[in-house]
Design a protein around this ligand. Structure first.
Ligand code: NAD
Ligand code: WQD
Length: 338
């Protein structure tokens, strides 16, 4: 079992992945600057796993921070790089903050790695596909012009990684293109902690469910979909965490032949906004107040993953249903009240 560096390991997806890593016997070094998380998350990880991973409070925008990590832990065999900013709208207002955090920090991290060639996993996004011409979306679908600086950081991040792979023969990267992560750990000890008013659908629904918001606004009712609302591929965050373990173990076992590979991480099933609301109503036993609102600029009509590559190459597939994911999101939201 290997020592794995998890950047952004106290964030939403990072914390669930740390749990999966510890549960599968890996040793974990978490790096986080706590800008979008808190040390309380570490307590949740400890309660779930009965283990205490190393935690280093460092900001990867500092050009020397990544080097410090490898100086202290030269035997790191794998890196899972979650640390980044992720709010699409904010990235339009503050593009340079996004390029600095999502790209400069990546470059510093790669520089610090260059003497060690660890297995490297990058958090990419289905946003790189834009509105794909064919559904479900295969990894071979073209990467379209990014709709936001955030999306651009994921596209450029993948390009940087491909260039580094070409220059460093022993460096291998899996880029995981997440669809829409939702839900929380079944223990309700860790979950998503959105800052301010949630921009994403599921935390907005659960906050409406507990009365923190008066109603959900459903963005658009005349999309060319069966019920007129947008379709997405909502994946339980625990499934997503497990996809990282599968990709990491393949890299560590030297089974990845290509230097750079991309994988879709989704369920393969598209659900409309109304279907997500219905799933929430079923698992919570209460109706959700919502109003119709104008379409949100930049939203694509439909996106869901072709999952064959992840299934065949990684031996991974999502196991949780939309209802199970919504039930866990609801349990987490209620836990936050206490
Ligand atoms: P998150 O904000 O919950 O977690 C990111 C973590 O990184 C936070 O704990 C934050 O404090 C930390 N961080 C940010 N900048 C840092 C820096 N400079 N130095 C050290 N730590 C830093 O986000 P998340 O939802 O867990 O997303 C993780 C990754 O997955 C991101 O790269 C994101 O772009 C990507 N992603 C997320 C989604 C999604 O919908 N959540 C979808 C696709 C891709
Ligand atoms: C889902 C659906 C909305 C809120 C975003 C990023 C993407 C990726 C995942 C990081 C859409 C509708 C939403 C609301 C609504 N993140 N909606 N009312 O836009 O698919 O993806 O998160 O990489 O890059 O863009 O997710 O949860 O915001 O929206 O009707 O209050 O819910 O229109 O159809 P999205 P989302």
């Amino acid at each position: 079992m290997a020592k794995i560096l998890v950047t952004g390991g106290l964030g939403y997806i990072g914390s669930h992945t740390v749990v999966s890593l510890l549960e599968t016997g890996h040793e974990v070094v978490i790096v986080d600057n706590l800008i979008h998380s808190s040390e309380e998350v570490l307590v949740g990880i400890q309660k779930i796993t009965a283990q205490t991973p190393v935690f280093l409070e460092l900001d990867l925008r500092d050009p020397l921070a990544a080097k410090q990590i490898f100086d202290a832990h030269p035997n790191i065999e794998g890196v899972i790089h979650f640390a980044a900013f992720k709010a699409v709208g904010e990235s339009v207002e503050k593009p340079l903050d996004y390029y600095r955090n999502n790209l400069n920090a990546l470059v510093y991290l790669l520089q610090a790695c260059s003497d060690y060639n660890p297995a490297f996993i990058f958090s990419s996004s289905c946003t790189v596909y834009g509105q794909a011409a064919e559904l479900p979306i295969r990894e071979t679908a073209p990467v379209l012009q990014a709709m936001s600086p955030y999306g651009n950081t994921k596209q450029i991040g993948e390009e940087i990684l491909q260039d580094v792979c070409a220059a460093q023969p022993d460096f291998k990267v899996s880029s995981l293109r997440y669809f829409n992560p939702i839900g929380a750990h079944p223990s309700a000890l860790i979950g998503e902690l959105p800052l301010g008013v949630p921009q994403n659908l599921v935390p907005f629904i659960t906050q409406t469910g507990v009365g923190k918001r008066p109603h959900l606004s459903v963005f658009g009712k005349d999309y060319p979909t069966p019920d007129g609302t947008c379709i997405r591929d909502y994946i339980h965050v625990v499934d997503l965490a497990e996809a990282h373990i599968a990709a990491l173990n393949r890299l560590l076992q030297k089974k990845q032949e290509l230097a750079f590979e991309v994988f879709n991480v989704g369920t393969g099933k598209g659900s409309s906004v109304l279907e997500v609301i219905t799933a929430f109503e079923k698992v919570s036993g209460q109706s959700l107040p919502y109003v119709w609102a104008a379409p949100r600029p930049g939203d694509v009509t439909a996106a869901f993953a072709h999952t064959q590559k992840a299934e065949e190459v990684l031996g991974w597939r999502a196991r949780f249903s939309l209802e199970e994911a919504m039930a866990s999101a609801w349990a987490w939201e209620q836990k936050l009240l206490s």
